[in-house]
Design a protein around this ligand. Sequence first.
Ligand SMILES: *Cc1c(COP(=O)(O)O)cnc(C)c1O
Length: 356
Amino acid sequence: MDVDKRLLPADKRKPKPTDENALGFGNIFSDHILKIDYTPAQGWHNARIEPYGPLSLDPAAMVLHYGQEVFEGMKAYISTSGEACMFRAVNNYERMLNSARRLCIPDFPVNDFADATYELIRVDRKWIPQKEGTSLYVRPTIIAVDPHLGVRSSHDYLFYVIAGPVGAYYPEGFNPVKIYVEENYVRASRGGLGYCKTSANYAASLLAAEEAHAKGFTQVLWLDGYDKQTIEEVGTMNIFFVIDNTVITPPLNGSILPGVTRDSVLTLCRHWNMKVEERNITVDEMLQAQKAGHLNEMFGTGTAAVISPVGELVYRDQRIIVSNGRTGPISLKLYEELVSIQLGKKPDPFGWVVKL
Ligand SMILES: *Cc1c(COP(=O)(O)O)cnc(C)c1O
């Protein structure tokens, strides 16, 4: 797929942030955007890298009314030897294809979309921050653009990728998070959109997250919508437990998001010959394990944080402290290994890192 480049002249480019300690998340965007159009007659066509700027959309564009969209989140970063890299981007595009199929969005060529994304990152390479732990967050999106209010799937689509520098997730080292076990609201249920990265799942989650924040929690732990017992995932992360040295995570049952980081963690644990189980785990089992002193660690996994240790959990009126509120050894080992592979400090036996 040829990508046409209509780049900003050097004197029109934005100043880059000077303080890499104050990047935050999702506030700053690079100079360019990648766009690819879809029409039934032409398929995916007109791949181009243009100056970053507002989209022109008809107010009737179907995405704005019926939420027909999918997105992804991944990182580009500078390795220890100074090379621009991305981590498992093809896996993100494979997941995006699965999300797209559920949302009636036409198939796209996974490798071509990944290659076009690498092209965008090469163009905006100077936007990748340097400081260890910072990265250029990359956000591919597909939206339905037909101006039409009858409910159906759109005929035409726009794929685009934007990117922006983001700060280190743990500027002062690991901070275990506090999590609220959500029994009232449901994020997704089987047969729904849970396994898709799509805006509707986030729309469904906002109120629960706001209420949890107001009570002093970082995120909510989602439960199965029917039994309100089987654990699914945390706000924007998959969830893992270490019970008696077995690493346990809920199976991909259709209502949880198949995280790329989740897969990396499972792959590493199996590579290390640890006991790993992808199986259902209920709140009761977790509570009993904790009371018996067998719940050694609990952590979330996701692209942004990589590993996010859980130090405390609240279920109804019970407060559960995990690992004495500190980071457990397996959480730490996984974090260090994944980050070392990403940065090229350690070998990459699974071929996860792409040098741009
Ligand atoms: C993106 C996401 C994850 C984590 O996926 P990664 O590929 O590891 O970043 C987990 N849960 C939800 C709901 C997500 O949207």
